[in-house]
Design a protein around this ligand. Structure first.
Ligand SMILES: [Zn+2]
Length: 253
């Protein structure tokens, strides 16, 4: 938070305590311009993030072509999911394949893990295990929660919830949830979050008795590709260092 933002929040808060009725009459635009809605984004609760993630996931599923149960893609992901496990940190994990040529995979804080068929086409099962272990790391380490918080802070969902006055996640429309989901999926993780998620995946694969080599070769494949828009691919600039880290860990047994 920069100084100017802090200042505008303070002014808005003062304005509210001095003149409460005026505050209630503020339009959403007024709240945004004074920074009040931004203040709300910083204090959103874990429960709200979980509820928001569940709804954003539902919205993404409704907008996507999901591999039908029993299809080759669904069966393949089922095998991978059985190896990785169906819960992370006590959160039940739901795995699904979206049928699209895009190369992506992501995980929301409520355990919603989605893999695109374009990514499955270019990777071995073991490489997908490495990638999904990494995504589960983002959930377990709280990165997915933070990313949703950031997405909320910049989405139209925030304005809707601020306007409703009671943090009504349930009242969000499909277009508000769609905007929120898109911002979440395109959110960028920091290099240290990416490295931590890589190490989480390495340890998870080790615990599950899954070969760890796929984590390395999977990221080597990303390193050979263009960056693209998604959060998965935007980690591309650091992929050489990340591959080196996994190579070193493999060498150390
Ligand atoms: Zn990542």
């Amino acid at each position: 938070m920069n100084l100017r933002h802090t200042l505008s929040v303070t002014v808005a808060t003062l304005g509210c305590s001095l003149l409460l009725s005026g505050c209630e009459n503020m339009s959403t635009d007024d709240m945004i311009s004074t920074g009040l809605a931004g203040f709300d984004a910083a204090t959103i609760s874990d429960e709200e993030i979980q509820a928001m993630s569940a709804q954003a996931c539902e919205q993404m599923d409704a907008e996507s072509a999901i591999a039908t149960p029993g299809s080759e893609y669904a069966q393949r992901l089922q095998r991978i999911a059985d190896n990785l496990g169906h819960q992370i940190d006590g959160i039940p994990v739901s795995y699904k394949v979206y049928m699209t040529n895009d190369i992506n995979a992501w995980a929301m804080a409520n355990g919603c893990v989605r893999v695109y068929s374009g990514l499955m086409d270019m990777m071995t099962d073991n490489e997908i295990e490495g990638v999904l272990g990494h995504e589960l790391g983002h959930v377990a380490l709280g990165h997915s929660k933070k990313a949703m918080q950031t997405a909320y802070a910049t989405s139209i969902a925030r304005d809707a919830m601020a306007a409703s006055g009671n943090g009504a996640v349930a009242a969000l429309s499909s277009s508000q949830l769609g905007d929120l989901s898109e911002k979440f999926i395109n959110a960028q993780f920091s290099q240290s979050q990416e490295s931590d998620a890589d190490n989480f995946s390495f340890d998870l694969l080790t615990d599950r008795g899954i070969p760890r080599e796929g984590l390395l070769t999977g990221f080597e494949k990303f390193a050979d590709m263009d960056g693209g828009e998604s959060s998965l691919m935007s980690s591309h600039p650091g992929s050489k260092d990340r591959a080196d880290n996994i190579r070193e860990r493999l060498a150390n047994g």
